[in-house]
Design a protein around this ligand. Structure first.
Ligand code: COA
Length: 334
């Protein structure tokens, strides 16, 4: 019989420090009112000086392992999806491997910006189903506050820090029914951190021109996102031989409430079937989907047997969607 991969446990970690919209009124020409109505964001979490992406990842990973009842020695592979690794190398996944004592695990990062978690989950699914690995930690984690230009009102207000994690392994019932991934490099300039790589190595000029911070063409990303979130979800449903009526719960990437509402409309879903936490956390890139998933599960919004759709989009451009028939019972708030 073929193996089926699913989620065995979830976890998340948010830094304690909260920055509300009023903070930005002091820094730039913006307002709480503008940010709330145009994005849906009220506040976001931000790391302190000593907290890194590997630190947030480790906390989220330990919680997911506890939820899955997994020892560090039983972890076979760690994948971290992040656009803000601690360093270019070694990978953040290797730092997590050391932190949690996963002495038997291989480890690597993937760079897919905000779609990273769904890509990483897709990789993990293959390894479980082809019998290579038994237990895989998939983490989406970001410290975007470290790569923001706090004088740019078009980007600084949007992003936050956090980490979410899941353990992927074999399930007897349900599991990851489908995944659909895509990319379009023509949109590479819509969302990027241009410097620090081989094209523009760090120099006095790159620092002076703020090329180590997020650059974005908001309108282009917005139009792409509204189209692709619905399209990708429908494609993943089709691959699972399901239609939009079968969705019990939607976990979308948390970029803008207007993008989320447009996606729900396209799928003919009422907003009570859609998880939203961007009011509290903003856009946490690769961490948005796994943090939302962990919260939804632990608040009892998704239960064993439910069909849930995860969908995300981001820099690259990239996108990904997945249909999961939820296999585990109960969360920590049960
Ligand atoms: N406060 C006040 N005014 C702001 C502002 C801010 N923080 N940011 C932009 N503005 C201004 C603009 O300068 C513009 O002024 P102008 O008309 O004088 O030129 C005006 O508001 C409207 O800008 P616009 O870009 O058309 O606003 P919008 O309704 O499209 O909202 C975004 C802007 C960025 C919120 C929206 O485009 C968006 O969410 N895009 C997707 C971004 C995203 O998801 N990125 C991450 C992907 S993973």
């Amino acid at each position: 019989m073929n193996k089926k991969a699913g989620i065995l446990g979830t976890g998340s970690y948010l830094p304690k420090k909260i920055i509300d919209n009023f903070h930005f009124e002091k820094l730039m020409d913006t307002s709480d009112e503008w940010i709330k109505t145009r994005t849906g964001i009220s506040e976001r979490r931000v790391v302190d000086e000593n907290e890194t992406t590997s630190y947030l990842s480790t906390k989220a990973a330990l919680e997911a392992m506890k939820c899955a009842n997994l020892n560090p020695q039983e972890v076979d592979l760690i994948i971290v999806a992040t656009a803000t690794p601690d360093m270019i190398f070694p990978s953040t996944a290797c730092l997590v491997q050391e932190n949690i004592g996963a002495i038997n695990a291989a480890a690597f990062d993937i760079s897919v910006a905000c779609s990273g978690f769904i890509y990483a989950m897709t990789i993990a699914k293959q390894f479980v189903e082809n019998n290579t690995y038994k237990n895989i930690l998939v983490i989406g984690a970001e410290t975007l506050s470290k790569v923001l230009d706090y004088e740019d009102r078009t980007t600084a207000i949007l992003f936050g820090d956090g980490a979410g994690a899941v353990v992927i392994g074999e399930v007897n019932e349900g599991g990851i029914l489908s995944t659909h991934l895509g990319s379009d490099g023509k949109g590479k300039d819509f969302l990027s951190i241009p410097a620090g790589g081989s094209k523009l190595p760090a120099s006095k000029e790159t620092v002076e021109n703020k090329l180590h911070t997020i650059q974005m063409s908001g309108n282009d990303v917005y139009k792409f996102a509204v189209r692709i979130m619905g399209e990708a979800s429908l494609k993943a449903l089709e691959l699972a031989n399901l239609d939009a009526n079968s969705i019990d719960y939607l976990i979308p990437h948390q970029a803008n409430i207007r993008i989320i509402e447009a996606s729900a409309k396209r799928l003919k879903l009422s907003m009570d079937k859609v998880y939203v936490n961007l009011d509290k956390y903003g856009n946490m890139s690769a961490a948005s989907v796994p943090v939302a998933l962990d919260e939804a599960f632990k608040q009892g919004k998704i239960n064993k047997g439910d069909n849930i759709v995860l969908v995300g989009f981001g820099g690259g451009l990239t996108w990904g969607a997945s249909v999961i028939n939820w296999s585990i019972q109960g969360g920590k708030y049960e």
